[in-house]
Write a protein that binds this ligand. Structure first.
Ligand code: P6P
Length: 339
């Protein structure tokens, strides 16, 4: 029987892949994995909170019962702050960046942008949720990290990944040398390599979009939805519609089976809903490294220059041929704004 390779062993084995790193990125990824295990434990007993004698916002142990996304946020911030490798953190849960300036973070070279628990509204209905993270080398010269460290284009990411808390808990990440997936074995508390060198099929049979917003979709998106629904055996159509409502879960499924996820502009989200810095860029890095594509409809996601921490963008991400079909239909049916 082949020896199981743990995340820790894999990261050390691949350490030479990291430019400049003398172990900092190794420790940083390990810190993220530790926080992920702690969040896994809480996410997997979420339903129990109600029967642990929860009274208002305290449980029978007298502990403060926190919303899980706040809990996850605190766990990742704590792990990253004491890990010594980051000089600042950006989180979907925090309006401003969190600077890290303590004895262990002196000389820290990295910043981490994250969505600590994306799709958290799904927790109450027992649907998969995920943590998304993106790692940059700081560009500010010294002291605590600064906003400019987070407003780099996605092409500058040194690593990115997600942890999906689903039927199993998996950590999937890239450092620019391919994508690898690790499944948590709770019996030993280790993430174990289960999906080496993940590749995304150029074509898939699944499209993920919230069709409730159909009326306000751009014409090209409407045309793509109709394209997916046409009968054409030669191109395996009609495709299947699958929409979980957690971007991590939809993107993860498409990474494994092939497919495309779309979150266009809508009337409620005229600039798109997903956040560029800590959702779209990390997911785009992973998908591109696996052979897929990620665009805003007009530009490669990872080439967009962020000008605000929480800025949103339309997102079309997944199998290369399917994303290119969407780009073709968007271009063909774009409403050219009058000069
Ligand atoms: P809607 C979760 O809240 C999230 O940010 C993504 O994970 C998910 O893909 C999207 O929003 C779902 O949004 O508008 O379809 O409910």
């Amino acid at each position: 029987m082949e020896k199981v390779k743990t995340l820790g062993e894999f990261i050390v084995e691949k350490q030479d892949d990291f430019l400049y790193s003398k172990g900092e990125l190794t420790r940083l990824l390990s810190d993220i994995a530790i926080a992920g295990k702690i969040v896994h434990r809480e996410v997997n007993k979420a339903g129990l909170a109600g029967i642990l004698g929860e009274t208002g916002n305290k449980n029978i142990q007298g502990e403060q019962v926190k919303k899980l996304d706040i809990y996850a946020n605190e766990q990742f911030i704590a792990a990253l702050s004491v890990g010594g490798e980051v000089c600042a953190i950006a989180s979907e849960e925090n309006e401003d960046i969190i600077t890290v300036d303590n004895a262990v973070s002196k000389g820290a070279k990295y910043v981490v942008a994250m969505d600590p628990l994306d799709g958290s509204s799904n927790i109450d209905v027992n649907v998969s949720v995920g943590t998304i993270f993106s790692i940059y080398r700081r560009v500010s010269l010294s002291g605590p990290g600064k906003l400019e460290d987070f407003l780099q284009a996605g092409t500058e990411q040194v690593a990115a990944g997600y942890i999906i808390y689903g039927s199993s808990t998996m950590m999937v990440y890239t450092t620019g040398k391919g994508v690898n997936g690790f499944t948590l074995d709770p019996s030993i508390g280790e993430f174990c390599l289960s999906h080496p060198n993940m590749q995304m099929a150029k074509k898939g049979k699944t499209y993920s979009i919230n069709e409730g917003n159909y009326v306000h979709f751009p014409e090209g998106v409407k045309k793509f939805i109709k394209y997916c629904q046409e009968e054409d055996a030669a191109t395996n159509r009609p495709y299947s519609s699958r929409y979980i409502g957690s971007a991590v879960a939809d993107v993860h499924r498409n990474l494994i089976t092939g497919g495309v996820f779309l979150y266009p502009t809508t009337s409620a989200s005229p600039k798109g809903k997903l956040r560029l810095v800590y959702e779209c860029n990390p997911l785009a890095f992973i998908v591109e490294q696996a052979g897929g594509k990620a665009t805003s409809g007009t530009k490669r996601i990872m080439e967009l220059k962020p000008n605000a921490l929480h800025q949103r963008t339309p997102l079309f991400i997944g199998s290369k041929d399917m994303v290119e079909k969407i780009e073709e239909l968007l271009a063909k049916h774009s409403v050219s704004t009058p000069a």
